[in-house]
Design a protein around this ligand. Structure first.
Ligand code: SF4
Length: 327
């Protein structure tokens, strides 16, 4: 029996290099070792989205990227959170056990409440409860997280412990699988790569789009002229070279420091590296996109498989909690 991994990602649409290097590559690898459940968490998105007009399209584009990158619907369960309504039941049931004080002290809640003071909704404060329901519905034991997310998982573990102590053992305590999520800085050289900052390079971008986007990247601010020596260690373009220019990395750093290469040329090399690395992915994506109905089939199949597990868990939970079961 392989252990079960659960991970959820918000429906942000076409995935960018930050998503790819930070999460997707890891998702793909985990499939070799674990029984993986990967979910596009559209309900979570509602806690902060005010405009849902693009939600459906975002889900499809994201699933297409996942599939083209190597997530395999035969091996993993790939589905959309709202297609498994049992998660909202478990969310409600866990909500009855979770003291409000636990939720109000969560740093991410405080930050979001500061960020969107006009929309501090019930879902926002209950976010960790829904997250616990996501994980527990599938009795997942292993959760890939970055160091900064460990405290969030600790809250999930507390909720699960409380349930198990009060009603008997049903859920495994989810344990973090510490994963290195490289922080990918956006083209502005300042903020994390994100669609909301428009500083991203989409992995499915064309060769030309990639070249254009890379050409706008901010570089070492101290290197104002072509003959100025550069400082690759503070340059954002160089930080992306680390992922795409492997064997040439040292050479590029030396050329930059000695002002033997200009930033325009350096960016051209980076774009070339990205385009070469992503060529097989892009080819696969185009092939999958040309198959009508494929994404819908994958999503429907994932929901069917997820619901089999979810129904079983919900029945067990209700029974343990003493709720009458409809015969
Ligand atoms: S040459 Fe490359 S690494 Fe050096 S500052 Fe310019 S873009 Fe950055």
């Amino acid at each position: 029996m392989r252990k079960r991994v659960f991970s959820g990602a918000r429906p942000t649409g076409r995935q960018h290099l930050g998503n790819y290097l930070g999460a997707i590559r890891n998702y793909v690898k985990l499939q070799d070792e674990y029984d993986c459940v990967y979910c596009i968490v559209d309900l979570h998105a509602l806690t902060t989205f005010e405009d849902t007009g693009k939600l459906k399209e975002n889900v499809r584009e994201m699933m297409l990227d996942w599939l083209a990158a190597g997530l395999d619907p035969e091996r993993s369960i790939l589905f959309v959170q709202s297609h498994v309504p049992e998660v909202t039941e478990l969310f409600t049931l866990f909500g009855m056990l979770t003291p409000l004080s636990w939720l109000l002290r969560v740093p991410a809640f405080k930050e979001k409440a500061r960020h969107q003071p006009h929309n501090v909704n019930y879902g926002l404060v209950g976010y960790p409860v829904l997250m616990t329901a996501d994980v527990s519905l599938y009795k997942a034991e292993v959760i890939p997280v970055g160091e900064d997310q460990v405290p969030h998982l600790e809250l999930a573990r507390e909720i699960v412990r409380r349930f198990n102590a009060q009603f008997g053992p049903v859920f495994p305590e989810p344990t973090p699988k510490l994963t290195e999520y490289p922080l990918v800085v956006g083209l502005d050289g300042a903020l994390k790569m994100s669609k909301s900052y428009n500083n991203q390079i989409d992995i499915c971008a064309t060769v030309e789009e990639t070249e254009r986007r890379v050409s706008t990247a901010v570089t070492d601010p101290a290197r104002r002229y072509r003959n100025d020596p550069g400082h690759p260690e503070v340059c954002n373009v160089y930080s992306l070279h680390r992922h795409f220019s492997g064997p040439k990395l040292e050479e590029i750093a030396g050329q930059c420091r000695g002002a033997h290469i200009g930033c325009v040329e350096c960016k051209r090399l980076l774009a070339k590296g990205i385009n070469e690395a992503l060529a097989p992915f892009r080819e696969k994506r185009a092939e999958l996109a040309a198959r009508p109905g494929l994404v819908d089939e994958v999503i429907a199949g994932g929901a069917r498989r997820a619901r089999v597990i979810a129904r079983e868990t919900i029945l067990e939970v209700k029974d343990k909690m003493g709720l009458p079961i409809l015969k």
